[in-house]
Design a protein around this ligand. Structure first.
Ligand SMILES: *Cc1c(COP(=O)(O)O)cnc(C)c1O
Length: 371
């Protein structure tokens, strides 16, 4: 079945007792046992497993095309779950244009001996050059945050294969609607469900989907409960609901973003536009090969430097000035300021998360802010 169908029907059936069609929220932290100690149902304690998380995880595996999926309390916790499969002394390779929270997380793992080399993954051969005997993981983020750099997933898989190296892809910005890392041979696809999966800016969550339900997946399953960064039943319910409209939202957001990118590319106060759908984008050909659409995120540099970028952000009326992305309403941010001192992001870069407003209204807002 197709993603659209799976997103609606995976693990969702009318309740056999009440007949309710919309799923309930199961808040119980603990589950009863019979006189002989046997559990009445499938669950014992909610951190280990619970009905809402089980339904969500089934749906996550289905939409991403994986054999096992795990839900977390945040996207960062999902990424941490991948890195926690490594041991002290192990080495991993990550892109230098990586989500700044992932960079901070990898620095923490560095303290306990899991080392990271950052490379420019636009050229996958830099990955081959960074391989060490202890390399166990290549972490890809494509399109990357905030510069929308594109990494050739299939090529990175080729480089890692045979060397016993696992490949993880942060698929948050593309979503499985537009990009299928597991089909391209990656071992793990990770998500901040806070973004497109939840889709409405009202839940923080993360997801990790494994291509195979193998020993590593079993270890991840164990760690999910042992380390305990699990989402609440209500959070699971919200993300599950978001998944039902994921394909529809993402395709429209992608079309809207393409229209906004075209407009910005033709504006004389704009220095550069970063959107993989533009033929002038250096990653366009790879993106066109591995994505079925170019997504709802873009960024651009404003002529006139930091002050000019800050001015555009201060003058919009329809876009909300806020960080995060992937929700139904469009957001704008002066990214360097959000990431703070030491950020490698250009000071004149404005990042947009395009929502479901009419693209002509978004363009009119940007035209007046740039004017
Ligand atoms: C937001 C984001 C994360 C972190 O997710 P949280 O839900 O905030 O923990 C990781 N990767 C990317 C690409 C993101 O945009």
């Amino acid at each position: 079945m197709h993603l659209e169908t799976l997103a609606l029907h995976a693990a969702l059936h009318p309740d056999p007792v009440t007949g309710e069609v919309a799923p309930g929220i199961h808040l119980s932290t603990t589950y009863a046992r019979e006189g002989d100690g046997a559990l009445v149902g499938d669950f014992s304690y909610s951190r280990a497993a619970n009905p809402n998380r089980a339904v969500l995880e089934t749906a996550l595996a289905a939409v991403e095309g994986g054999a096992a999926a795990f839900a977390y309390a945040s996207g960062i916790a999902a990424i941490a779950a991948v890195v926690q499969t490594l041991d002290p002394g192990d080495h991993l390779i990550a892109p230098n244009d990586i989500y700044h929270g992932t960079r901070a997380l990898l620095a923490e793992f560095g303290r306990i001996g899991v080392r990271t080399t950052f490379v420019d993954m636009r050229d996958p051969e830099t990955v081959a050059g960074a391989l060490e005997p202890g390399t166990r993981l290549i972490f890809v983020e494509t399109p990357s945050n905030p510069s929308l750099k594109i990494t050739d997933i299939a090529r990175v898989v080729e480089i890692g294969r045979g060397a016993g190296i696992r490949i993880a892809v942060d698929n948050t910005w593309a979503t499985p609607v537009l990009q299928r890392p597991l089909d391209l041979g990656a071992d793990f696809s990770v998500h901040s469900s806070t973004k497109y999966f939840g889709g409405h800016g009202d839940v923080v969550g993360g997801a990790l989907v494994c291509r195979e339900d193998d020993e590593t997946a079993a270890r991840i399953r164990e760690l999910q409960s042992t380390l305990g960064a699990v989402p609440s039943p209500f959070d699971c319910w919200l993300v599950r609901r978001g998944l039902m409209t994921l394909a529809l939202r993402v395709r429209q957001q992608s079309a809207n973003a393409a229209a906004v990118a075209e407009f910005l590319a033709g504006h004389d106060r704009v220095e550069a536009v970063f959107y993989p759908g533009l033929e002038t984008h250096p990653g366009h050909d790879v993106a066109a090969r591995q994505m079925s659409g170019f997504g709802g995120m873009l960024s651009f540099r404003v002529k006139g430097g930091e002050a000019a970028a800050a001015r555009v952000v201060s003058r919009v009326r329809l876009f909300t000035r806020a960080t995060s992305l992937g929700g139904v309403e469009s957001l704008i941010e002066h990214r360097y300021k959000v990431e703070g001192p030491g950020s490698p992001t250009p000071v004149d870069l404005v990042r947009l998360s395009i929502g479901l407003e009419h693209p002509e209204d978004l363009i009119a807002d940007l035209r007046s802010a740039l004017g």
